[in-house]
Ligand binder design. Sequence first.
Ligand SMILES: C[S@@+](CC[C@H](N)C(=O)[O-])C[C@H]1O[C@@H](n2cnc3c(N)ncnc32)[C@H](O)[C@@H]1O
Length: 308
Amino acid sequence: MAIKNLIANCQLRITGMNHIPVLLKEAIALLAPKTGEFFIDGTFGDGGHARAILEKIGSHGKLLAVDWDEKAIVNCKLQIAEFGNLICAQSNYADLSKILKSKKLDKADGLLLDLGFSSKQIENSGRGFSFRKDEPLIMTYNNSSESLQELLNRISTLELEGIIREFGEERYAGRIAEAIIKQKRGIKTSKELAEIIANVVPKSYEHSRIHPATRTFQALRIYLNKELENLTQILNHLEDILNPGGRIAIISFHSLEDRIVKMSFKDLAKKGRISILTKKPVIASEEELLGNPRSRSAKLRAAIINKF
Ligand SMILES: C[S@@+](CC[C@H](N)C(=O)[O-])C[C@H]1O[C@@H](n2cnc3c(N)ncnc32)[C@H](O)[C@@H]1O
């Protein structure tokens, strides 16, 4: 046990594991992983939730870890030395039914999705997620999606305004889009983009509760990574991925995502295909909020695939 902890600690240092998993206890309680079960973590990230699942399923169980981000998968592969029953795949979780087929895996007993990005991606992905850093305008989790730079080169002010309004729920979307398009040739980094946004919104922006670029950055990330489409796609294919009796838990950070999960669960439950395990979304406790401000907007919903 001491050696196991030592290896884990070394890996923490090597990989700089600094993302605190959100709603960890609550998600594990709802997923209820048991010895020998096969689980999927569709958004592996820094592996915080995955590690807790691996501990529950034990060496006779199996975990498929999926992430779009190459760095997350490099980190995943480093952990195979400790967990021989970990399978890592760099893919979009929306393609999970195809991934299972290509890896000749059966349906799973549980699936976790912890949406969005990890703290590590904000801190050091180098992909422009942070408005405090001079990073290139990419904002995607992988290289196959259209980058922010490419989007800005082809989009009109009106289209950009629509994206910022719809996915960021930003009331100053019009003036922000106008300023970005006007100055797009001069914008080279995420920090420069954030400064342009900060300069066109009122000084009292949301009473300084959040950085003025937060909503715009969120909108661009959701649009470029097709985050809502991916979520809708997987919710339409749950029965291809999970066994009857299989559990799904989804942690979302955005009201649009939570609405998609809520409506889809409701619809599937009405058709008798799933039973909802969370009448209301589970939110972070006071204690978690104090230790991890990122948990502030997290909502967890879970369901179980019905047996016939
Ligand atoms: C919030 S983090 C997950 C953190 C993780 N639960 C932990 O405890 O470390 C979300 C992860 O999902 C990944 N991601 C986002 N969209 C994805 C998608 N469509 N397919 C696969 N991975 C995705 C991101 O790259 C990021 O690593």
